[in-house]
Ligand binder design. Structure first.
Ligand code: CMC
Length: 428
């Protein structure tokens, strides 16, 4: 028998169906709440208890530390798949056959040029501009060069738009970095794989032949896979809600990039390294910073710790921690910041404050250390996150449009003044 929830307000009882997911998650379906109760709504700031949609893309169990894309575990995907395979899986629902993967890769390469006029827009930004702001603007600007909205009922049009953005986004991301570093723009090389090409576009020098480094590219590939989707987080919900007004894919993505930028979301990877650097400069006293994080009078938070959903070790952090150690060893880098990170994690994991609140290291705690080892500037860390998250955003946007979800429009409980008569200036 299907489960039901009963709500009682002032002696009146209302019944609501309970929806059960494939992993036995339960959700009270309150779609009829306002209608049957005459306008009663729910209040849930930060949506801590609110499911905004049903989704078949990513499964996350924060208590057990499980993350799966389309049913496949993140551990297995990080070890055995490459980023384009994972992108295809997320967006289209199944791992691609060799033929599908080959075509997907080729189609992306075909679209990898960016209109020359986009360079004029890039030129208009000051060098000091944060790359996330530039990337969001350039993604938005792409609309002007690719006008017309996607007919979501046409698989072909949908596929075309997806391939286009997957192709152009790494070019734009790499350009934001080159602009900051006063390097001539690089157009990439279609003979290279997706991740290798991204690396080339970021790091090639005009007077040097680009040499690929397998350790670096494998690490980048893994990082992108680990960031590829994370169900209804702040930026993904933003992409879905913007897209729900039938704004186009590129416009929705641009909004998602802005949401990701914040230090409580994707911007945390930059904030972590800045925090570790500051601790190092201050003598490396981790106990002092643990005490600051626990002090309610102090606004300092241990960046890279805690997660809205994970109340256990973030499975991505586990993989990245091992990868960080491997990359540093392979590249022969000794980074005192990694030692500080390990020290902080050790103390925090044993400290009652963190244990009680189930605050564990999250994905951003170790990712910055690898990015640093790979020579990626700190302000580009969140751009790397965006590059990884792109397939997830696309998959969620596509799912939302194919399911013909209604426009996102939450309610509120008004707490302002009740009616008052207008007073002219002389009466105030
Ligand atoms: N350092 C110290 N205390 C913390 C921290 C932290 N990093 N995170 C949470 N707390 C405390 C918080 O003060 C609160 O304590 P109390 O119950 O005494 O008031 C309790 O833990 C619950 O915190 P919350 O802010 O209600 O939890 P939330 O689910 O709203 O926030 C979070 C989640 C990720 C925003 C938060 O843990 C945080 O600010 N972490 C640092 C920033 C960070 O690393 N963000 C990256 C998230 S992972 C990447 C991504 O997916 O975007």
């Amino acid at each position: 028998m299907s489960k039901k929830a009963t709500l009682e307000i002032d002696g009146n009882k209302y019944e609501f169906p309970i929806i059960e997911g494939t992993e036995k998650e339960l959700g009270i379906d309150i779609k009829t709440l306002r209608g049957v109760t005459g306008g009663v709504t729910t209040i849930d700031p930060g949506y801590k208890n609110t499911g905004s949609c049903e989704s078949a893309i990513t499964f996350l169990d924060g208590e057990k530390g499980i993350l799966r894309y389309r049913g496949y575990s993140i551990e297995e995907l990080a070890e055995k798949a490459d980023f384009l395979e994972v992108a295809y899986l997320l967006i289209f629902g199944e791992l691609p056959t060799a033929e599908q993967l080959n075509k997907f890769g080729k189609d992306i390469k075909e679209e990898s040029h960016v209109d020359e006029d986009m360079k004029k827009i890039l030129d208009g930004f000051p060098k000091s501009a944060h790359p996330m702001g530039v990337l969001s603007s350039l993604t938005s600007a792409l609309i002007a060069f690719n006008p017309g909205s996607v007919d979501v009922d046409s698989e072909e049009e949908m596929y075309g738009a997806i391939v286009k953005i997957l192709a152009k986004f790494p070019v734009l991301a790499a350009w934001t970095m080159r602009k900051r570093k006063s390097l001539p723009l690089d157009y990439g090389d279609n003979a290279l794989g997706y991740v290798e090409n991204l690396h080339k576009m970021m790091f090639s020098r005009p007077n040097k032949t680009y040499e690929a480094n397998k350790i670096v590219n494998d690490a980048l590939d893994k990082l992108l896979i680990l960031h590829a989707d994370h169900e209804q987080n702040c930026s993904t919900s933003t992409v879905r809600i913007v897209g729900s007004s039938h704004a186009g894919l590129f416009a929705s993505l641009s909004a998602g990039i802005s949401a990701l930028w914040g230090p409580l979301h994707g911007g945390a990877n930059q904030a972590v390294i800045e925090m570790l650097e500051a601790i190092k400069e201050d003598g490396g006293d981790t106990a002092k910073y643990i005490a600051k994080a626990k002090d309610k009078e102090d606004s300092f938070r241990l960046m890279g710790f805690g997660h809205r959903v994970y109340k256990n070790f973030d499975p991505r952090a586990k993989i990245i921690k091992v990868a960080a150690e491997e990359v540093l060893a392979d590249l022969g880098i000794e980074d005192p910041v990694l030692d500080i990170a390990k020290g902080l994690a050790k103390v925090a994991l044993e400290d009652e404050y963190f244990v009680k609140r189930k605050l564990y290291p999250n994905v951003d705690f170790y990712s910055g250390i690898i990015y640093r080892a790979l020579g990626i500037p700190t302000e580009m860390f969140t751009v790397m996150f965006a590059l990884g998250r792109l397939p997830g955003w696309i998959a969620q946007w596509r799912e939302m449009r194919l399911r013909k979800e209604p426009i996102g429009r939450p309610r509120q409980i008004y707490t302002g003044e009740t009616y008052r008569a207008f007073k002219s200036v002389s009466e105030r």
